[in-house]
Ligand binder design. Structure first.
Ligand code: NAD
Ligand code: MG
Length: 385
């Protein structure tokens, strides 16, 4: 029986993974090692009971008594805090879903890679802030990283056995988020509530706001670079309001292979769960007649300056990805807290990149976790409102 762990089980991606495991038979089909979450310990305990997990971990030490209570009599161990998260990640599991949001997902992801197995990676922040480190550790640990972000799963599936050398370019699509059709002048007054809605996908709040600002797509451009080794000029973005065609690969012979599917993360998670052998998934399939038409357009970089920043980050290399991710996370915190306007996020990230580019060793890719965390902390500080 395959063993699995989910980091960030109580989030949007984590819940989708849990749903697939339960539909596949739950504890009859998989041996669950660890499930982790945040403050929602009641839900975490419910999931851990349903999957008969070995251990459930909350990121917050003060939630430990509540988690213990909720797990009483279940046989599931309870633990809390950062060290417990790492200890859980070190427990052997064949397949680990990395679905924590933010750079907090990096340390557990690295620990999981160090002990081998498959890391199904939804946590794009860890690739953006420490791509080379993740790949290096995966190689040492004999581990494999599979994409879970829908666009990257779509590229991976469209690429098939083809060599990346034969790829002319790839295209990832963006719904355009909450403000796709707003007049640009209105964006400065956009509220957190308005930015926290998405036309097509049900996701956590942070990635939903990042979709409205296109910082999510900017992160995904860098993620594409880190996953597939493509340069910035080979990674294109198209606005596609229907979110049905997730990505396409254009080969050097002119053939383009696209991946299509309903906007439901369970497709990409299920693909990574069953890879390399596709299995039936209990999910709705694409109905193109119902969709009617698919639309595409060039993104307006005046509306979404984050896309330009992503290309600059790839060109700069070194610590630029780490700085970009941290500055973006800080700007998002500041927007959510009401300290800055929606349209101030991109200028802040750009100013932080400019400032940090003057620091010693900016040109060197951070080679270990402490160095990544140093850059992360310094960039958040430099970016804070
Ligand atoms: P979410 O906010 O719904 O869930 C995040 C999970 O991480 C929760 O379980 C939360 O308790 C946990 N968490 C948050 N902060 C933590 C911390 N500091 N330490 C430990 N655990 C913490 O987020 P989500 O929308 O599920 O996204 C998760 C990741 O997947 C993100 O990296 C996101 O960019 C990526 N992703 C999400 C989607 C989607 O459809 N939601 C699609 C593609 C990629
Ligand atoms: Mg995506």
């Amino acid at each position: 029986m395959r063993s699995i762990s989910i980091f960030g089980a109580t989030g949007s991606v984590g819940e989708s993974g849990f749903d697939l495991l339960m539909r596949a038979g739950g504890p009859q089909a998989y041996r669950t090692v660890a499930l982790t979450g945040g403050r929602n310990v009641a839900r975490l305990a419910q999931m851990a009971r349903a999957l008969q997990a070995e251990i459930a971990v909350t990121a917050h030490e003060e939630e430990l008594p509540a988690l213990r209570d909720a797990l009483a009599g279940s046989g599931v161990q309870a633990a809390a805090g950062t060290a417990a998260l790492i200890e859980a990640a070190a427990r052997p599991a064949d397949w680990t879903l990395s679905a924590i949001v933010g750079s907090a997902g990096l340390a557990p992801g690295l620990t999981a890679l160090r002990r081998g197995g498959t890391l199904a990676l939804a946590n794009k922040e860890s690739l953006v802030c420490a791509g080379a480190l993740l790949h290096g550790v995966a190689q040492i640990g004999g581990a494999r990283i599979l994409p879970v972000d829908s666009e990257h799963s779509a590229i991976f599936q469209s690429l098939g056995a083809e060599n990346i050398e034969n790829v002319e370019h790839v295209t990832i699509t963006a719904s355009g988020g909450a403000f796709r059709d707003w007049p640009v002048e209105r964006l400065a007054a956009a509220t957190v509530a308005e930015a926290s809605t998405h036309p097509n996908w049900q996701m956590g709040q942070r990635i939903t706001i990042d979709s409205a600002s296109m910082f999510n797509k900017a992160m995904e451009v860098i993620e594409t670079h880190e996953f597939f080794g493509l340069s910035a000029d080979k990674i294109k973005v198209l606005v596609h309001p229907e979110s049905i065609l997730h990505a396409m690969v254009t080969h050097k012979d002119g053939g383009t292979i696209a991946h299509l599917g309903p906007p439901d993360m369970r497709h990409a998670i299920g693909y990574a769960l069953n890879w390399p052998h596709r299995q039936p998934l209990p999910l709705p399939v694409l109905d193109l007649a119902a969709a009617g038409s698919l639309n595409f357009r060039q993104p307006d970089e005046n509306r979404w300056p984050a896309l330009r920043l992503a290309r600059e980050v790839i060109a700069a290399g070194g610590a630029a990805g780490t700085v970009f991710n941290a500055a973006k996370e800080q700007a998002l915190d500041d927007f959510i807290a009401g300290r800055i306007a929606f349209t101030e996020m991109a200028p802040r990230v750009e100013a932080t990149l400019d400032r940090m580019a003057g620091e010693p060793h900016f040109g060197d890719e951070p080679g270990d976790l402490p160095t990544v965390l140093d850059w992360d902390r310094a960039s958040r500080k430099a970016s804070a409102a």
